[in-house]
Design a protein around this ligand. Structure first.
Ligand SMILES: *Cc1c(COP(=O)(O)O)cnc(C)c1O
Length: 387
């Protein structure tokens, strides 16, 4: 997945009006002006814009310490490394996620151990996690997939009982809440991504949030060659710094995030209503204690018809996508250990899910066109044969 493909224009001319993209990263005049101001200032890397971005982002994560880095993957890597996780450790992760989750574990030298998901939320199933905890388990890494919080109460309870760290992968869930607590406010550390297709972006970028000031300091050292003060290198570190251009864009986007998330939620509610009762289509309802921020609006398509619906919608000029067609444990870097795992809900989800456009740039007419197109596919020809 790349920003370019996310921006892709109409493929081959949609049959019914303008192409509706699956995602639409916003780079508005305000973002451009903020970037140009930084370039003219000459202060371009890990300077005042990065510091201000970290301060302002803290308001989204219950006032925790925030450390900005150059990607969400870097945030995950440094959260794990900062917690001392590495070779010989196991980290329990979902397989139904973007590969970055497991890549970050592997990059520390630790081993990802894949647990199945709860079919109602697409997030880690606490019972499946519990069954995998062993003497080498060091951490649990839940993913708030599609913008829906994982079951942090049950997972946090397990972590406390077994003395494990919790690292939230919140790359898709900026602003989501569970029982009034924002995601990023539960784990020992939480990681966000600012890739263009996420709910907010900084071209590229990431953030680690933690309540632990010492951990925040270790992550600051690790992102910058082991130094906080120039040439006072305290340990072996990386260069995973964020630029001030990215941070300035991120600050503009952070200001817009609440409105955009509201719009995503409104679009999702309209999709829910428009798609209710379609035979063979599964719509996941968010629990009442959850604020879902709909990074994706994802339905299940029964009867092996998912790929046919995706092809039909694409033909109709409606961008849609499968996140994720191959579970991570079956991807080449992980399959040697993963081939024999039984993760039935993960594999069922990979075969059934389809994400429809829900981004804030959709008009009400776009949403109506999406629901009408899905309805027309399911009514013809199969349903006619049944009636
Ligand atoms: C996007 C994403 C990441 C990685 O973020 P980058 O900024 O692209 O490195 C990690 N985990 C999940 C679940 C993601 O969706």
């Amino acid at each position: 997945m790349s920003a370019t493909s996310a921006n892709a224009a109409t493929p081959g001319g949609g049959a019914a009006g303008d192409f509706i993209p699956a995602a639409k990263p916003v780079i508005g005049e305000e973002e451009i002006e903020a970037a140009v101001r930084v370039l003219r200032s000459g202060n371009v890397v890990q300077g005042p814009q990065v510091a201000a971005f970290e301060d302002e982002f803290a308001a989204l994560v219950a006032g925790r310490h925030c450390v900005a880095v150059n990607s969400g993957t870097s945030a995950l890597l440094l959260a794990l490394a900062g917690l001392g996780i590495g070779t010989g450790d196991e980290v329990i992760v979902p397989s139904f996620t973007f590969a970055a989750t497991a890549n970050a574990v592997r990059l520390t030298g630790a081993t990802p151990v894949f647990a199945d998901i709860d079919p109602a939320t697409f997030c880690l199933d606490p019972a499946a996690v519990s069954a995998l905890i062993g003497p080498r388990t060091a951490a649990i890494m839940p993913v708030h997939l599609y913008g829906h919080p994982a079951d942090m109460r049950a997972l946090g309870g397990l972590a406390t009982r077994h003395g494990l760290a919790v690292v939230e992968d919140a790359a898709q869930a900026h602003g989501a809440r569970l029982d009034g607590t924002p995601v990023g406010g539960f784990g020992d550390a939480a990681c966000f991504s600012f890739y263009p297709t996420k709910n907010m972006h900084a071209l590229e970028g990431g953030m680690v949030a933690t309540a632990d000031a010492e951990l925040a300091r270790r992550i600051r050292l690790l992102r910058n060659q082991g130094m906080e003060r120039r040439y006072a290198n305290e340990l072996v570190g990386y260069n995973l710094r964020l630029t001030d251009v990215a941070a300035a864009i991120g600050r503009v986007q952070l200001g817009r995030l609440p409105g955009w998330n509201e719009r995503r939620r409104a679009n999702a509610a309209k999709l829910d209503a428009g798609l209710a009762g379609v035979p063979g289509l599964g719509i996941a309802a968010a629990a009442p204690d959850v604020v879902h921020v709909y990074h994706q609006y994802t339905v299940r398509v029964a009867g092996g018809r998912r790929d046919a619906l995706q092809a039909f919608l694409t033909e109709q000029g409606i961008g849609c996508a499968v996140y994720y067609p191959t579970p991570v444990h079956l991807l080449p870097p992980f399959v040697a250990a993963g081939a024999d795992l039984a993760l039935p809900e993960t594999q069922r989800a990979a075969a059934e899910v389809l994400s429809l456009p829900v981004h804030p740039s959709l008009s009400d007419a776009d949403v109506d066109r999406i629901t009408a197109a899905v309805r027309s596919f399911h009514l013809e020809p199969d349903m006619r044969e049944l009636s």
